[in-house]
Design a protein around this ligand. Structure first.
Ligand code: AMP
Length: 630
């Protein structure tokens, strides 16, 4: 038996022994009594009775051996700044931030919404929450006020932490007016807002009595003891899109998360203490949580936090960082590589990349040509791996820390240890054979580190993720997959109405709801269509309340622009449709379900599939007319 297969098999057949052993990688204030409590399927409680703290494991425990090693290096090509923090300095900053948060009333179990760009203070705030036993919920800075308000109302935070603004292409993006608007819209606004003023927005509005300036407040030095939490208490909530308009609050635990992070670094990423990792994501995404912050710091590595684009000042900037900071492990997304592909390939060779062991890519399908281009250009292994916000760490990956299995372009290799993965037929939940497209499913219990529930809604958790296959309690990833004759997996896109725009996950329903906010729109359908750069883009088909508004090309153009602005305002520019087409009728089944899959197929030049249930075939003809299909 090979090493990888052995590891994987052991992790499933001797689940508790396997994870009990891995749990030694972190510090426990109080040892756990039981590795797994699975008495209430599908809810899994890992390391029951154990007490620990994520901030202790990420910061405090390194002070003795690596206090003077760099923990965090912030590089901003937006504001041309670099800041470094040793573990000792990080400890100080986190304590200072925890003191601030505590004096603002934040305690164990309280929620804190963090709406910040990639700046060190965001990392301090996240770790300070962990230290106090508070639950952070980071919202990606690209989301608009209404989206932020929906998350505020779900999380009911005692405090929001934000900055005056972010920066993109050297242009300031004010955050504060948007935060103010979200608080105005929210039914459960926090009573205080802590603002890290970067000096980017001289006109930043301020609300006396509610808004607090980080710098005024943060002068005193204080050591705040870690609050020891029981392993399955919540550590954070991260909202992610699904098939309904309301995003789901993915809730993660403390102990399972810490162990999963600690394990993935040596096994999957081949990273170790003293090494440097550069993850190009945003702290607002799961990748940012896990692989900019928690896993690298728990492992005692130096983590690089980057604020900027991959092509500014030029498309060699990331490789220059690899050279200058001796990066050993790098993690990015396929879209970024497709962007780089449009630039001079000589830039891949311009810098000394000898420190780099490999590049990991995830978040969206990695097409074979892009995989080949970057692997050959860098002359390094490029490892496609697959996971979801829900899982928090890879589900499918080569496990090169155990065995250097060969990489196949376009494939995220094999199930990671801990995952009892199955490809199940949609029709009857039976197992698919080799080369047969089926749903990627995980037999519970989900391994440590995966979501423990949906915040505040256990029932929705069970219904959403475990309700897809009747008679069988299995977790659906909502992704199609296929396994070839050699056992390599390939991901073939979503089974639901979720689309992936440049690695960002969006629900088509969320975009539809944003479009519908325009008063001239009666209803609409949004589908994802293939895009050469971003992987997918949303495309909208809308019915205007008054057809005369869109009777002319000019009228259509004007309303299209207004709808795009509405989506920007409601959801954020990441949800903006590529185009809005106007129809008088949407293709629906007789029971009233919009035939999104058929619309998407037509838009991509594919066969629209089974149309026997369509209410009015004329509606499909209108879609074809818009798309110029004969
Ligand atoms: P998110 O939770 O935003 O990270 O999105 C997770 C979704 O992104 C998955 O369910 C997949 O649809 C997609 N995804 C993530 N990684 C990969 C990958 N390596 N290959 C194909 N699709 C991926």
């Amino acid at each position: 038996m090979t090493l990888y297969k052995d590891l994987h098999q052991r992790s499933i057949s001797q689940r508790e022994a396997f994870w009990g052993e891995e749990a030694k990688r972190i510090d426990w204030h109080k040892p756990f009594g039981k590795v797994l409590d699975y008495s209430r399927p599908p809810f899994a409680k890992w390391f029951v009775g154990g007490e620990t703290n994520l901030c202790h494991n990420a910061v405090d425990r390194h002070l003795k051996d690596r206090g003077t090693q760099k923990a965090l290096v912030w590089i901003s090509t937006e504001v041309d700044r670099v800041e470094s923090y040793t573990y000792q300095e990080l400890f100080k900053e986190v304590n200072r931030t925890a003191a601030m948060l505590r004096s603002l009333g934040v305690g164990r179990g309280d929620r804190v919404i963090i709406y910040m760009p990639n700046v060190p203070e965001a990392v301090f705030a996240i770790l300070a929450c962990a230290r106090l036993g508070a639950i952070h919920s980071v919202v990606f800075g690209g989301f608009a006020a209404a989206s932020l308000a929906a998350r505020i109302d779900d999380a009911k935070p005692v405090l929001m932490v934000t900055a005056d603004g972010g920066s993109r292409m050297g242009k300031v993006i004010p955050y504060k007016p948007l935060v103010d608007e979200s608080i105005r819209l929210a039914k459960h606004p926090p009573s205080k807002v802590l603002i890290f003023n970067r000096g980017l927005d001289p006109d930043m509005p301020s609300v006396p009595g509610r808004d607090i300036d980080w710098k005024d407040f943060s002068s005193k030095e204080e050591n705040i003891p870690c609050t020891w939490l029981e392993s399955s208490e919540p550590s954070y909530i991260l909202y992610t899109s699904g098939t309904t308009g309301m995003p789901k609050g993915v809730q993660r635990d403390v102990g399972g998360h810490a162990v999963a992070m600690a394990t993935s670094m040596p096994y999957i990423y081949c990273g170790g203490a003293g090494e440097t990792i550069f993850t190009t994501s945003d702290i607002g995404w799961a990748v940012g949580h896990s692989y900019i912050i928690y896993a690298p710091l728990i492992a005692g590595m130096t983590t690089i936090l980057y604020e900027g684009l991959p092509v500014r000042p030029d498309a060699g900037v990331w490789w220059k960082i690899v050279q200058d900071y001796q990066v050993n492990v790098m993690f990015s997304a396929p879209t970024a590589i497709r962007v780089l592909k449009k630039h001079d390939p000589a830039l891949l060779k311009k810098y000394d990349l000898s420190s780099l062991k490999h590049l990991f890519l995830a978040g969206e399908p990695l097409d074979e040509p892009t995989h080949a281009w970057i692997a050959q250009g860098l002359g390094k292994p490029v490892i496609d791996h697959y996971w979801q916000t829900e899982t928090g760490w890879p589900v499918l990956s080569a496990v090169h820390g155990i065995e250097k299995t060969p990489i196949k372009y376009g494939s995220p290799s094999f199930p990671a240890y801990g995952y009892d993965l199955k490809l199940l037929r949609e029709s009857d939940a039976s197992e698919a054979g080799a080369d047969e497209k089926a749903v990627v499913a995980i037999v519970p219990p989900l391994p440590p580190g995966c979501m423990s529930t949906i915040w505040g809604d256990d029932e929705r958790f069970v219904k959403t993720y475990f309700g897809d296959f009747k008679d069988q309690l299995v977790y659906s990833t909502f992704d199609w997959g296929i396994r070839d004759q050699d056992g390599y997996y390939f991901i073939l896109g979503r089974t639901d109405d979720v689309i992936n725009v440049a690695g960002h996950r969006l629900g088509t329903r969320e975009i539809e709801e944003a479009v519908n906010m325009h008063s001239a729109i009666a209803e609409c359908a949004v589908v994802g269509v293939v895009d050469a750069l971003k992987g997918q883009m949303p495309l909208a088909f809308a019915v205007a309340k008054d057809a005369t508004l869109v009777a002319t090309r000019e009228g259509q153009k004007a309303l299209e622009k207004e709808i795009m602005d509405t989506v920007d305002r409601q959801l954020g520019a990441i949800g903006r449709p590529k185009a809005v087409h106007f129809v008088t009728l949407l293709p629906k089944t007789r029971s009233g379900k919009t035939l999104r899959r058929s619309i998407a197929a037509l838009a991509e030049g594919r066969d629209p599939g089974d149309l026997t249930t369509i209410e009015d075939p004329g509606a499909l003809q209108q879609i074809k007319d818009c798309l110029g299909i004969l």
